[in-house]
Design a protein around this ligand. Structure first.
Ligand code: NAD
Length: 297
């Protein structure tokens, strides 16, 4: 078992840290929001007064933060790397720009700190169940050290390549997710506008050629799936603004590589409109409300 510092206890970080506790690791936690810390200390974690205090004397540091600016801000501007002992393994699970991941990993390597980018897929349900997919970029030896810890939080671990490659793969996945959630919403709204029951239509699609992750696990229509964010007022889950961030990262990657992503760009604009309408903090499946005003009634 390892001593682990876990920083960033939001919708994803909290259930991931809980699984590390359940597996018997000694977990020290820190988040800027005190209520997030309390959930973990109630379950047996040790609270640190700051990120610097959290990383003191641990073998592994894990971060699960919203975006590039938070990761660069913490590790580089705040210089958390300067407080981490040489040889400590650092795992950043946030979804951020590949360039930001490479920059932080290079700074870590220069200090003798092995680091991997390990963004995840599987949503809050996967985080709670310990069935996440980890998509890793970085040196093979660092991944070998991380593997036993990642296995306590996830089921599938992929090595995408060198530093930043995990982020590239994750961004491609999330661009597709954004498109398919918008497409699923569009199809369900069309069916309902033509007098179909959304549950019946969802059951049909789930067993037909249009099936996808949304129709199987994360239906955007309220009441169709009891445990989906759609049936809980779109609370928790994966925020619209986080999806918008990921689609922005896809657009940047496309510009850099001269790739064409017409559907990704369209999806980015749909989520931008939805966010502008005041839904930025709701789960991203609330995009269905762009198509059907009455979906949440
Ligand atoms: P969240 O906003 O719920 O949680 C982020 C947490 O980080 C918050 O509790 C915040 O207080 C904390 N934080 C920010 N800056 C900090 C700092 N300097 N020190 C300590 N704590 C700090 O976000 P989330 O939904 O948990 O997502 C986290 C990351 O995982 C994002 O990059 C997101 O894109 C990615 N992701 C999310 C999901 C999902 O379903 N929610 C799925 C896969 C990947």
């Amino acid at each position: 078992m390892s001593s682990i510092a876990f920083i960033g206890l939001g919708n994803m970080g909290a259930p991931m840290a809980l699984n590390l506790l359940k597996a018997g690791h000694a977990v020290t936690v820190f988040d800027l929001v005190p209520a997030a810390v309390k959930t973990l200390t109630d379950a047996g974690a040790r609270a640190a007064a700051s990120a610097d205090a959290a990383v003191a004397g641990v073998e592994v540091v894990i971060t699960m933060l919203p975006a590039s600016r938070h990761v660069e801000g913490l590790y580089l501007e705040h210089d958390l790397l300067g407080k981490i002992a040489t040889g400590t393994l650092v795992i950043d699970c946030s979804t951020i720009a590949p360039d930001a991941a490479r920059k932080v990993a290079a700074a870590a390597e220069a200090r003798g700190i092995p680091m991997i980018d390990a963004p995840v897929s599987g949503g809050t349900g996967g985080a709670a169940a310990g069935t996440l997919t980890f998509i890793v970029g970085g040196p093979e030896q660092a991944l070998a050290r991380a593997r036993p810890v990642l296995e306590n939080m996830g089921k599938n671990i992929f090595h995408a390549g060198a530093a930043g490659a995990g982020q590239v793969a994750k961004i491609c996945n999330n661009m597709l997710l954004g498109i398919l959630m918008a497409g699923t919403s569009e199809a369900l709204a069309l069916g309902v506008a033509n007098d179909l029951d959304p549950k019946v239509l969802s059951d049909i699609i789930a067993k037909s050629s249009g099936r996808n992750w949304a129709t199987e696990l994360y239906n955007p229509w309220p009441g169709v799936m009891e445990h989906a964010p759609a049936s809980k007022g779109y609370a928790g889950g994966f925020g619209v603004d986080l999806m918008l961030k990921d689609l922005g990262l896809a657009a940047e990657a496309a510009l850099d590589s001269r790739a064409s992503i017409p559907l990704g760009e369209l999806a980015r604009n749909l989520y931008a409109l939805h966010s502008k309408g005041g839904s930025g903090r709701l789960d991203f499946s609330s995009i269905v409300n762009l198509y059907a005003d009455d979906a949440s009634r």
